[in-house]
Design a protein. Sequence first.
Length: 249
Amino acid sequence: MLDLKSAVVVVTGAGRGLGAALAISLADLGCKLILCGRNAAALADVGAQILARTGNSAEQVVVDLANMDSVKAALAEIHVRQPQVDVLINNGAMWLEASEQPHSSSEVLGVIDAALSGTYLLTQGLLPALKASKRPDIVTIGSISGLPNAPLHSVSLPFYAAKHGQLALADGLRQVLKGTPVRSLCVHPPYLEDISPLDEQWQQVPERQKGQKGTNRDVVEAVVFALTRPRHISLSSIVIDTDDGGLFS
Ligand SMILES: NC(=O)c1ccc[n+]([C@@H]2O[C@H](COP(=O)([O-])OP(=O)(O)OC[C@H]3O[C@@H](n4cnc5c(N)ncnc54)[C@H](OP(=O)(O)O)[C@@H]3O)[C@@H](O)[C@H]2O)c1
């Protein structure tokens, strides 16, 4: 099992939810975090929690993945702070529920641009810093909504398309990065209970039974497992199935 100690990890959408849980958990394992997100106060809060738990400070970079100027500025800031990045976790993505009313153009652009345009440009811009690492990984947090033939349920079409696109992004990266040390992994979570490593429920997750809801901890553990595999192995796709019989219906 590979050691994650001292790995430089960039996490998008790190101010809350799964991104914050990933950031705090990876900091607990000794990683140096670069927290990216739209909300500076939320990033500062997660940074303070990391400092209190580990004694290590986490860098914070404000970025709106749906705004390409913001992505460009964030890339410049990350390069100044860390010329080498070991792990990029593309977690930030805008949620949009299905609606009987037409979606506004800002909703559609927000969803597609955050998940695809901004995520792609951030990844492309960080590739030189990843290639400077001895253990580079790109982790894309997709969704079971992004799997082939997944049912729509309450998910809007733009979100469904964006998550299918993120799977294509992760797959395409694997082809482009063949022959380089960079691995591209995609994790597909089901509908999650939003818990934090700071919550008591976090400790009780291992006691859950088949059929119970998945949590942020289950995704964090899948990501850590994938990242710590020997370098010749890529767990290219991890589908987290909470007793849907593989049908996600
Ligand atoms: N929760 C679930 O049930 C579930 C299931 C499957 C997959 N996922 C995926 O897991 C990832 C994390 O989601 P979540 O569970 O924490 O809940 P979420 O409510 O979907 O959170 C979205 C995250 O992305 C960030 N984000 C949204 N738009 C952004 C933008 N334009 N620029 C930068 N960051 C942006 C948000 O940060 P702000 O604080 O700036 O809004 C937040 O951290 C997402 O990719 C989501 O699609 C979640």
